[in-house]
Design a protein around this ligand. Structure first.
Ligand SMILES: [Zn+2]
Length: 343
């Protein structure tokens, strides 16, 4: 089809139509009052689907939104001066402790691997638990997932595995977790001796694991044995006894799924020594951060963090005595990312 020829007659018609529209708008505002909109557009209360894709070498990583929340300042432990500073900063910036809960799906081209499964119905008042919906929005079904790698057994990371009535959500998946982690949370003896406020963590871990254990789909690893090609286990002790990160590599590019290395990104990146009450071994958790963060910043590693703000993908840069977070930029095109600069 050829493009329409603009004649003087067309221009005239268009101008007179514009004039008519302006006249109508003026009349409408005269009738309804000067501030009334011509036609009020309804607000849309739904959000775009909760997934975000990122290419890492040949891997397709999809961040899956599970929920959003606000971290309680009382859950942070640090030097008095640092904590006073946090309370002071919160007065001016009430958004400082916002967190997300995110799981990540890796499509290797051969397998679908989920790293952490969100909270399902096992964590608090319903702000979390959307991962399965996000997964479907991203074009996959829970039944298609082959493997679930879990960083640890807190229910905001594994609750999505199992329904409240004990059914496996990922009915064909093999679940992998560190032996130290599984042995700790699934032990009735350790649970019996744990303080009362820690009991729910044991109960949820045991209920969530049970149907996978029964089906022979619950697997543990104790060292660096290979589970999936191109995946390296990265022990990150402190938060929990077997807290483990997973580093995927593909054609020279890397992504580290770091679990709960950081909870409150705007506090703990500036103050890596600040721990959280959920860290079972506070000293080890801080030591793990002190070891890991400089390396990640130096090597410009892409990080996937379940509690960083969605989509939880970014890199670290050294800033002062701490680090700043450089989130990935949105794109809807598969760009080949430039290789990391040699440092
Ligand atoms: Zn967590």
């Amino acid at each position: 089809m050829s493009s329409p020829v603009i004649t003087s007659r067309n221009v005239l018609t268009r101008n007179s139509m514009r004039f008519a529209a302006a006249l109508l708008a003026a009349l409408a505002s005269f009738v309804a009052g000067p501030n009334a909109a011509l036609a009020a557009a309804p607000q849309h209360h739904d959000q775009g689907p909760g997934f975000y894709r990122q290419k890492v070498g040949d891997l397709e990583v999809t961040a899956l939104f599970d929920g959003f929340g606000v971290f309680d300042p009382h859950w942070l432990n640090g030097m008095k001066a640092t904590m006073d500073g946090v309370v002071e900063a919160l007065r001016e910036d009430p958004h400082m402790l916002e967190v997300a809960d995110i799981g990540f799906l890796v499509n290797t081209g051969k397998q679908l691997i989920l790293v952490d499964a969100g909270a399902g119905t096992w964590w608090g008042g319903g702000a979390f638990g959307r991962l399965a919906d996000s997964l479907r929005s991203a074009g996959y079904t829970p039944e298609e997932v082959d493997i679930v790698l879990v960083t640890h057994l807190h229910s905001d990371h594994v609750g999505g595995l199992t329904t409240q009535d004990g059914k496996r959500v990922f009915s064909n998946a093999d679940v992998y977790v560190a032996e130290a982690e599984s042995d700790f949370w699934l032990s009735p003896e350790i649970a019996a001796k744990a303080p009362k406020d820690a009991q729910p963590f044991f109960q949820s871990a045991q209920a969530i694991a049970a149907p996978y254990v029964k089906a022979g789909k619950w697997h543990t690893f104790s060292g660096s044995e290979p589970i999936v090609d191109g995946v390296q286990l990265v022990p990150l002790p402190g938060h929990t006894p077997g807290h483990t990160g997973y580093e995927f590599s593909s054609i020279g590019q890397k992504i580290l799924f770091w679990g709960d290395t950081i909870h409150a990104q705007r506090v703990q990146l500036q103050h890596p020594e600040v721990t959280v009450v959920f860290d079972i071994d506070q000293t080890a958790a801080a030591a793990t951060r002190n070891q890991l963060l400089p390396k990640l910043a130096r090597e410009d590693v892409l990080i996937a963090g379940p509690h960083m703000l969605f989509p939880g993908l970014g890199r670290l840069h050294k800033e002062g005595r701490g680090y700043s977070w450089a989130p990935v930029g949105f794109t809807d095109q598969w760009v080949e990312h430039a290789p990391s600069p040699q440092k």
